[in-house]
Design a protein around this ligand. Structure first.
Ligand SMILES: [Zn+2]
Length: 354
């Protein structure tokens, strides 16, 4: 996109309306000039509504209001839900805390890590969340919401959390969580596909592939099948919330960190998560090889404790890995301590295709 805009400035040939029809231009990371006509578009509002933002709520919007679309888009979406917005923008933790106390702010819009910073600062100032800061809702995007942080916010601070999956270039929110918090419903303002990143072909429910989106709400910006580079899968199972849109089941990593094993994409982060939960494991490596035209995946393990029951650990690891990645490891190999180093690649693909 950056190259295309350099060759054919300013929009790289993606402007789909006469230039005077462009309402605003964002300079999203890249830099990429992004022409937008936003009037009347409500797609982010669906996400805030699902998160519980209503008239009577007051929210701090801690996303940036300049250059990138985030601040302005979320502001307008909150307004569409009837919520009053405190235009705080990024940073200024002390001012955020002060405003949240003085204005009795009930909603936070930002990243999970910034909310944790704000809470920590508030507590240092002797304020009690729930009493001095009556926060009840938090809406996140732009950063993974770690399950541990979600648990802390919901159980210790009684703040209901919701997240959305947004990508700047195609113009915003692609998918969002409902109150079930079990996957993110696809926005009907996009055609969302999960595809094999090598061939671009659509994959079925449950198969891991790259998220590719075509915005259909935005007549200004002629993007077709924009590859996000993010890997996920989707489910068509009905959601108890009543929304009928399919759900993407979370971002499992980047397409550049994925390897294809027997036709399935294994993303490093997902694979690593399957192993890091076992205390007995000190170091590990996934080795992908090919024997007699079949891909094989072995997990090499260095143990912390030699008295570990290897058979039991191997069985549990195999089950956990298969559960996470949908590929069954062919072997769990225990290697002597000191064989592996901290800096070696976690995923080693030894296949030769020539
Ligand atoms: Zn739902």
């Amino acid at each position: 996109m950056i190259e295309k805009q350099k060759q054919n400035p300013p929009y790289g040939g993606f402007l789909a309306v006469p230039p005077e029809e462009v309402e605003r231009i964002f300079i999203s990371p890249g830099p990429i000039y992004e022409p937008i006509q936003h009037s009347g578009i409500k797609w982010f509002a669906k996400s805030f509504w699902a998160a519980g933002f209503r008239k009577g709520d007051i929210a701090v919007n801690t996303f940036t209001y300049h250059l990138s679309p985030a601040g302005l888009l979320f502001h307008e979406a909150l307004k569409d839900c009837g919520t009053t917005v405190v235009v705080t923008g990024t940073g200024n933790t002390d001012i955020q805390v002060q405003a949240m106390r003085d204005l009795k702010v009930t909603g936070f819009v930002g990243t999970p890590s910034f909310l944790m910073t704000v809470i920590k600062r508030a507590e240092e100032m002797g304020l009690v969340i729930g009493r001095d800061l009556p926060l009840r809702l938090a809406w996140f995007t732009g950063e993974m919401l770690a399950p541990s942080i979600r648990k802390t916010l919901e159980e210790n601070y009684h703040i209901a959390t919701a997240q959305a999956y947004a990508v700047t270039e195609p113009g915003g929110a692609i998918a969002y969580e409902c109150r079930e918090k079990h996957g993110m419903h696809m926005m009907d303002d996009y055609v969302v596909e999960i595809v094999d990143p090598e061939t671009g072909r659509q994959l079925g429910p449950g198969e891991v592939g790259e998220i590719v989106v075509t915005p259909i709400h935005n007549k200004t910006w002629g993007l077709l099948r924009f590859g996000t580079g993010d890997m996920s899968s989707y489910t068509t199972e009905p959601c108890p919330c009543g929304r009928t849109a399919s759900r993407i089941t979370g971002i499992v990593g980047r397409s550049t960190d994925a390897v294809k094993v027997r036709g399935m994409f294994v993303v490093s982060r997902q694979a690593e998560a399957a192993v890091t939960g076992f205390d007995a494991v000190s170091r590990f490596q996934f080795v992908i090889s090919r024997r007699e035209n079949r891909d094989e995946l072995a997990i090499k393990i260095e143990l912390k404790d030699f008295s570990t029951d290897r058979k039991k650990l191997a069985d549990e690891l195999t089950a956990k890995f298969q559960d996470n990645c949908r590929v069954k490891p062919d072997a769990i190999e225990f290697v002597p301590s000191g064989t592996m180093t901290e800096n070696q690649p976690k995923m080693l693909d030894t296949r030769k295709w020539d």
